[in-house]
Write a protein that binds this ligand. Structure first.
Ligand SMILES: [Mg+2]
Length: 263
């Protein structure tokens, strides 16, 4: 299946049918809503996106599913979506029945085991993120060799983690944790919504794009011949304009809803 450029395809008309108050609008964070920056900890949503999101959250159910920890994501967003799912689908709000406190204990146990095994290896940083753990090796001088050392170190961790590779990072998650795809389905269920629009650019976002038997309109940020998303935007900056058009449609829905209510 090839992905089509959203603005040059029948996709735009199809998308318009999804822009309604009974759709869940779901987004990855880094590289989707927030620009990718060299210093991972310095990522922020910048204008005009911030103003756009501020309007958007008042009009529709807005959900962010990110690899970051929830609090980290909330700080970057600067607006509060109806739902933020962190740690690649593993971390839910504290009051959610889907939040599993055991994940944090497992992640902490991995951290202890890895500190011993990776101690003294140049350029390796272990980041404890609550429900998951990230091992960064961007700063290693011999990255290929460092990766094989990390892979050897995680081979017999207790309990056994799920491994997700990224750019100079290995993420470890509980086997039982939701993938991003399962997290999106659970979020739709929580809000009682039967359809969703999802924007993402990560390898883990493919778990959402590959969902079947669920009504999800998938849009990849950036052209990519590997993605399962039916549509793509060429660059992240196109998303702001698209969201503003959606705001216009959602405001009309709200206006019509209010007039019907008054009759
Ligand atoms: Mg991303």
């Amino acid at each position: 299946m090839t992905s089509s450029y959203l603005f040059h395809s029948e996709g735009l008309a199809a998308l318009a049918g999804y822009v309604a108050p009974d759709t869940l609008f779901a987004f990855d964070l880094d590289g989707t809503l927030a620009p990718i920056v060299d210093d991972y900890s310095a990522a922020r949503i910048v204008e005009p996106m911030r103003t756009t999101l501020d309007k958007f959250v008042k009009l529709a159910k807005f959900c962010v599913i990110t690899g970051r920890a929830r609090q980290d994501a909330l700080d970057i967003l600067g607006v509060e979506p109806q739902l933020v799912i962190g740690n690649h689908g593993a971390e839910w709000p504290a009051d959610s029945y889907l939040q599993n406190p055991q994940f944090r204990q497992w992640s902490s146990a991995w951290q202890d085991q890895l500190h011993e095994r990776l101690n003294g290896i140049n350029g390796v940083e272990i980041e404890f993120k609550g429900a998951s753990l990230s091992i960064h090796y961007r700063k290693a001088t011999d990255q290929a060799n460092t990766l094989s050392l990390i892979d050897a170190a995680i081979r017999d961790l207790k309990p056994s983690p799920r491994r997700i590779g990224g750019k100079y990072v290995i993420n470890l998650l509980p086997m039982e944790a939701f993938t991003k795809g399962e997290a999106l389905v659970a979020a739709m269920d929580i809000f009682g919504l039967k359809r969703a629009i999802f924007f993402g650019d990560d390898v883990t976002d493919e778990e959402v794009f590959r969902l079947r038997n669920v009504d999800v309109f998938g849009i990849h940020i950036g052209e990519d011949d590997q993605t399962a998303a039916p549509y793509y935007l060429s660059k992240q900056s196109e998303l702001t304009g698209l969201l503003n058009s959606m705001i216009g449609i959602l405001e009309l829905h709200r206006f019509e809803g209010e007039s019907t209510h008054e009759e």
